[in-house]
Design a protein around this ligand. Sequence first.
Ligand code: G6P
Length: 371
Amino acid sequence: SAAEKGGHEYFMLKEIEEQPEALANTLRGHFAGGRVILDEQRLSDQDLREVDKVFVVACGSAYHSGLVAKYAIEHWCRLPVEVELASEFRYRDPVLDRDTLVVAVSQSGETADTLEAIRHARDQKARVLAVCNTNGAQIPRESDAVLYTHAGPEVGVAATKTFLSQIAANYLVGLALAQARGTKYPDEVAREFAELEGMSAAVHKVLSTVDQVRELSRGIADSKAVLFLGRHVGYPVALEGALKLKELAYMHAEAFAAGELKHGPIALIEEGLPVVVVMPSPKGRAVLHAKLVSNISEIQARGARTIVIAEEGDDTVRPFADELIEVPAVPTLLQPLVSTVPLQVLSAEIARSRGYDVDKPRNLAKSVTVE
Ligand code: G6P
């Protein structure tokens, strides 16, 4: 009913708007006095100190949250992090032993591929930490430690608030590792975690772009395809934006790391093709920012319609943006928490313009319990 949707036309929009609260709930209880507290902790600090490699295994949007985690954990902890699609993981012959930490990210905690991946990891003596939104689900039950995301139940099939909560939880896993093992960058890590607590407010601010994105989505609904470009943590955000558009609007959507543009994707650019670009911060990542501005000018010169997600006050990119969606300035590693939000709205609103049921996309299930 309309009341259940909190006055929204569809649950997904309600859940998008619940993201500031979901984030706060993920942090609450797990992050106090600058320290991380895990649930069902059966891993000692000594175990965490012995870790020499991390695998994140997950499917769908959860996999994209893992890609974000890689940038953060490698930098903060100087530990190699591989992010693996759970469905590929155990059929490859991954190198695992007792010093390997496998982080299984799953909203439902019941995804068959992710469950089988951790079973394989445990058979090889690896330690398993689950990031999960569902208390007592199978994946946390079979893990050595758990971090529950507490995002609340999600009705929309496509992940929104649970995705943002997964990203935040993965940062907490990074911080837990950094605290147990020490970090080369204590000041930076402390600063980023202080800012993490303010991210609810930043996400709340991004929600003010909903009307702009809704308006803009009408002009894209008839396109044949949409491309997404990003770099660094903006690349997984681009992947998530493309996945959402496929899931909800049934459109061909592809994401590329912007540095690959000249190695193929630029051949796809044609008059009127919408290209969504996730910009890094002009201050935080000046070099990458300049490279992306140059990419955008090239695709715009070839007739693409550029839709640019950029930090507030980013004036350099403005001349190349046919549409500019501004998000608050936040530390680079935390940027996915704000830049993902307009892309969620974009895919939902394009789907609506095309007449589709945003909450129940065809052929998809909220939780995939068969391989
Ligand atoms: C399904 C859902 C996706 C989700 C994926 C992984 O495909 O439609 O939204 O990202 O499963 O689900 P999990 O519960 O393991 O996070």
